[in-house]
Design a protein around this ligand. Structure first.
Ligand code: NAD
Length: 290
């Protein structure tokens, strides 16, 4: 396929490289990042999008996505697909899809989970929103860049799935960390705590697969001085998106709200920026109830 790729940062570059390796013809554009090997550099987003069957965007946020969509949609062929893999607010995803439809372009929002490691290994999970024909057209690309793609319904539903998942993840990470810190103070050995919880009803991905306690459970960022992994500021971004969406539809999300508040303090005032999101554990270790 002839593919345009806009946004070649930490995630976009390895995703584009995997498309090239699978034999696709990829033209890329980024304001700052270099093109990975095999990707033809375009001078503008419009140039990267012109004459392509699929244009993939992997950008920082909804405002930038909207600006790029304004620029590229008029240049895209009718029937082409704008495939946004960024994590953005549901509202922007739906607005861009409407704008695309008006321009005769199909739109799919397909945020990912799996991080930079998953992008490099081609093992991302895609959560997609959009029409059935649009999803069918880009499905082969999901197969190259990832190991699983779920069609979640109409436009915006991919973003909805992503922020709901990550709201659970943020809340669960906090619960796991505060429980470890409580166990410490109760004199319960961390290894015993892991043995019990990982096979009891408190088990979770954060405990079993990504344990925030160094030296306990499988290898995780905790074993690497809490280097990300999944950075605390990216978790904060997703928690904020979940609360923005909750406010827009009047959903009561007290735990998500509290998680967003805790990660805000952690990232903005407690040195959490640049650390893995599991570094909530050393944060709790140092604190009392006050
Ligand atoms: P990044 O900052 O490394 O990459 C974004 C790229 O977009 C940058 O290279 C930037 O120069 C480029 N860019 C910004 N504005 C542009 C414009 N107008 N035109 C062209 N290029 C432009 O970020 P990332 O880590 O690659 O993340 C990309 C998206 O993926 C984000 O929405 C993020 O939330 C999401 N995501 C990231 C991870 C992760 O672990 N990094 C995991 C899941 C989802």
């Amino acid at each position: 396929m002839k593919i345009g790729f806009i946004g070649l940062g930490n995630m976009g570059a390895p995703m584009a490289a995997n498309l090239v390796a699978a034999g696709h013809e990829v033209t890329g554009f980024d304001l700052a990042a270099p093109c990975p090997e095999g990707v033809t550099k375009a001078a503008s987003a419009t140039e990267a999008a012109t004459g392509r069957e699929v244009v993939i965007t992997m950008l920082p946020n909804g405002a930038i996505l909207r600006a790029v969509a304004d620029e590229v949609l008029p240049a895209m062929d009718k029937g082409a697909v704008l495939l946004d893999c960024s994590t953005v607010d549901v509202e922007s995803a739906r607005a861009v899809a409407e704008q695309a439809e008006a321009a005769g372009v199909m739109a799919v929002d397909a945020p990912v989970s799996g991080g930079v490691g998953g992008a490099a290994a081609g093992t991302l999970t895609f959560m997609a929103g959009g029409s059935e024909p649009a999803f069918a057209k880009v499905r082969p690309l999901f197969d190259v860049m990832g190991q699983k793609a779920v069609h979640c319904g109409p436009s915006g539903n991919g973003q909805a799935a992503k922020i709901c998942n990550n709201m659970i993840l943020g809340v669960t990470m906090i619960a796991t960390c505060e429980a470890f810190a409580l166990a410490d103070k109760l004199g319960l050995d961390r290894e015993k705590m892991f043995d019990v919880v990982s096979t009891s009803s408190g088990y979770s991905w954060t405990m079993n697969a990504y344990c925030p306690a160094p030296g306990v459970g499988p290898t995780s960022p905790a074993d690497n001085d809490y280097k990300p992994g999944f950075a605390a500021e990216l978790m904060l971004k997703d928690l904020r998106l979940s609360q923005q969406a909750a406010a827009a539809v009047d959903a009561d999300t007290p735990m998500g709200k509290e998680a967003a508040a805790l990660y805000t303090t952690f990232v903005e005032q407690e040195g959490g920026k640049g650390m893995d999101f599991s570094a909530m554990l050393p944060r709790f270790e140092k604190r009392g109830r006050g």
